[in-house]
Design a binder for this molecule. Structure first.
Ligand code: PMV
Length: 317
């Protein structure tokens, strides 16, 4: 008997960076994300009475890309399954398989979607196997957060707000946006996001981060509600620059931005200046650039994509 679930990735416009509690993944600041419904992870669980421990393997199926999970990645994934089993007081073991609907090389973090999908599949399996009632969406988001902070936002769509009260869906007029990533590198990051969360605390700019980010979030929510797209663009731009400055000014500094990152960012800024319109732009803890377009921006999207491909700055995914 298989139990399967899928869950989407998400992209934050106000970033979760810095933790209050490293073990429970309690964020130092509130964040908001747009859920990427086209980028999903799928997890399949099979209870096997012959097993003496949980085992992971890549899920091979049509239209799915098997993800290569390191030993450490597998251990972290299975540790979350143990957390879920403890919640249901279940003592059996599972075969765990997972894969993404997008290639690993797409440079997209799949930890949010993978952990959310594992949480959902485990809820399904464990509630059926134990006869206990399934957990609510908010309980699931809370458990998933303990494995990967940003995964808690994947339980709500199209927008998720994660603040000190928990994670919630958030109603905004832009219910459907087109996401693209300008893929500069898909290599494993030299500094993981967990390490980034730790190191930013040592930047001299971290002290004012709480205030800056709270104010920016408030302004962004207002701009999005009032459909002030250009204001939203500026706030999103300031936000990821703020985060990357924390990386670059940490005591043991590090940077994800490379030549092509700066070229594309300069081009997007010039485009906005000239046209008075463009996509929302953001970056995660990596060199790649994420953009979100409104549905009426198809022509503009094509122009930007053509330019980036012609210049050979990045692969557009
Ligand atoms: O969920 P984590 O620990 O991988 O942290 C994610 C951090 C960022 O992607 C950089 C920002 C965010 O809010 O998603």
């Amino acid at each position: 008997m298989f139990y399967e679930a899928t869950a989407p990735a998400n992209i934050a416009l106000i970033k979760y960076m810095g933790k209050k509690d490293e073990h429970l993944n309690k964020a130092d600041n509130a964040s908001i994300s747009y859920t990427l419904a086209h980028l999903k992870s799928r997890v399949r669980l099979e209870a096997d009475p012959l097993l003496r421990q949980d085992v992971w393997s890549a899920l091979v199926a049509n239209a799915l890309y098997p993800l290569p999970l390191s030993e450490l990645g597998q251990a972290r994934f299975l540790k979350h399954l143990i957390r879920m089993k403890e919640r249901f007081a279940y003592t059996g073991f599972f075969r765990v398989q997972s894969a993404n609907s997008f290639p690993h090389a797409a440079g997209l973090a799949s930890s949010a979607s993978s952990f959310a999908a594992l949480t959902l599949a485990a809820n399904e399996a464990l509630s059926q196997l134990t006869g206990l009632p399934p957990l609510s969406n908010s309980e699931l988001a809370d458990l998933s957060r303990q494995a990967s902070g940003s995964s808690c936002r994947s339980f709500y769509a199209p927008w998720a707000l994660w603040d000190e009260t928990g994670v919630h869906g958030y109603a905004l007029p832009y219910t459907q946006l087109t996401h693209q990533v300008f893929l500069i590198s898909s290599e494993e990051k030299a500094v993981s996001s967990s390490e980034a969360h730790r190191r930013v605390l040592t930047s001299p700019y971290y002290e004012g981060r709480g205030f800056r980010v709270a104010e920016r979030l408030e302004h962004l929510l207002r701009a999005l509600k009032q459909q002030q797209w250009a204001t939203a663009y500026q706030l999103c731009f300031d936000e990821f620059q703020d985060m990357h400055q924390l990386f670059e000014t940490a005591k043991d500094p590090f940077s994800y931005r490379v030549d092509a990152t700066f070229k594309i960012l300069d081009y997007l800024q010039a485009f906005w200046k000239q046209e008075g319109d463009g996509p929302l732009v953001t970056m995660d803890a990596g060199p790649n650039i994420h953009v979100l377009y409104r549905l009426d921006q198809n022509a503009l999207q094509k122009r930007i994509q053509d330019k980036i491909e012609q210049e050979g700055w990045a692969y557009v995914a």
